[in-house]
Design a binder for this molecule. Structure first.
Ligand code: SF4
Ligand code: SF4
Length: 407
């Protein structure tokens, strides 16, 4: 259970990965010994013809460029910067009034904001294809551990909603849906409500976050009235988190690059569970030390991102980036899978309306045609089928294998 909200913003060194799982080639434009400011471009990363900047999150001196594991578990180049604790900002343009579509896109791109929300149905900040709807979640989800950081919403409501409006401008659409937790305290609803009225946006949709039932899938399906693709950008939906909208507002209004990320640190492997604002580039090992270290003499599982669909990593020696919203550290517990008892719970819970048990069965028997007929490609990898399975079968993994077979 989350017991505290805090921050860790003054590491002595930051490690900035210069590629990610999509932009795999990079060109570094700084060298060891260079002085850099916050927001200064360190490298450009490339995916085909597309180019994105990678920026510094502290001011100081570039010490070296090293190979290190990133948050996706891959070894990549990192620019290491020694923090001079002056926190000097690079000169980045900012906008006071309404921003045009071109200005909003340019500012978001200059800040290197592209891949922020990586789990579940969330999408990249990608404006290449036409966007019909912008959907923003103010719920902090780590299913089955769902929580809403009320304080964050209360403290940042004007910036979050300003970011929503800027994002709508960047997406060139007026169709915006804000999703909120129906258990929000009234003072938070009031603060969000005031900002929503100021920006002339629609009232939020309230969802019951106590039910682990792929609620965001249902919200987006109701909006589009379409069968959803695993990447809802294909349905013309840009879906991001409130935290990303606050980052967008900071970038556009203050010329303030993304230097920190709110991360939920949960699990019985830690002495306390907190939501912490962490400087991008800080090593996870350093944050854990700040949290009082691990529960000792236990074998631990380290999980990055959404509990059901995130990635397992072998070590804490990697940097928190803007796309890390949750870290779950739990005492290792060997799970014994039982046989499938054909209870049908996985089929009932699937928000995409497909039949994961039948897909698993078809995959076990390697019947490619049946896998195809079962619309396996419509799985959005929410992980709910594995979560509800009484036999503790990793159903999602079978569905993923089936997808690969016909993909
Ligand atoms: S098959 Fe499983 S992981 Fe895929 S959408 Fe359905 S419940 Fe989610
Ligand atoms: S929930 Fe588990 S036991 Fe039940 S049908 Fe699905 S795979 Fe089989």
């Amino acid at each position: 259970m989350i017991t505290e909200y805090s921050h860790y913003l003054e590491p002595m060194k930051v490690y900035i990965p210069i590629t990610d799982d999509e932009y795999k080639i990079a060109n570094v434009v700084v060298a060891g010994g260079d002085a850099v400011k916050i927001g200064q471009i360190l490298a450009y990363k490339f995916k085909g013809k597309h180019k994105l900047p990678v920026v510094a999150t502290v001011s100081g001196k570039v010490i070296e460029i090293v190979d290190k594991m990133d948050r996706f578990g891959k070894i990549v180049n990192h620019v290491v910067i020694e923090n001079d604790e002056a926190y000097t900002l690079d000169d980045i343009p900012s906008y006071k009034d309404e921003v045009s579509t071109a200005e909003a896109r340019k500012a978001i791109e200059r800040a290197g904001l592209h891949k922020v929300d990586v789990d579940g149905l969330f999408t990249n900040l990608n404006f290449e294809e036409p966007i019909k709807h912008v959907v923003v979640s103010t719920v902090f989800v780590n299913e089955p551990f769902i929580s809403t950081n009320y304080e964050y919403l209360l403290d940042n409501a004007p910036e979050i909603i300003d970011g929503v409006a800027i994002l709508a401008s960047a997406a060139a659409t007026k169709d915006v849906t804000i999703v909120a937790d129906k258990f929000l305290p009234s003072e938070v609803v009031d603060e969000l409500g005031k900002a929503i009225v100021d920006h002339d946006l629609e009232e939020p949709i309230f969802v019951d976050t106590k039910k682990v039932k792929g609620w965001d899938y249902k919200v987006i399906q109701d909006i589009t009235k379409e069968q959803l693709s695993p990447n809802v950008l294909d349905n013309g939906v840009l879906y991001v988190h409130a935290n990303t909208c606050k980052m967008i507002s900071d970038v556009v209004r203050k010329g303030f690059p993304v230097v920190s990320r709110n991360v939920a640190f949960t699990g019985d492997g830690l002495h306390k569970n907190v939501v912490m604002d962490v400087r991008v580039g800080t090593l996870l090992s350093e944050v854990v030390e700040e949290l009082g270290g691990y529960i000792e003499q236990q074998e631990l599982n380290l999980h990055i991102g959404n509990y059901l669909t995130g990635v397992q990593v072998p070590t804490d020696d990697f940097a928190i980036t803007e796309s890390v919203d949750a870290v779950h550290i739990s005492i290792y517990d060997e799970v014994q899978e039982d046989v499938c008892i054909k209870c049908g719970e996985c089929n009932d819970v699937c928000p995409a309306g497909i039949l994961p048990q039948n897909i698993m069965d078809a995959e076990l028997r390697a019947v490619g045609e049946r896998i195809f007929d079962l619309h396996t490609d419509e799985c959005v990898e929410c992980g709910l089928c594995s979560y509800v399975c009484p036999s503790k079968i990793n159903v999602l993994e079978w569905v993923r294998r089936a997808k690969r077979r016909v993909g």
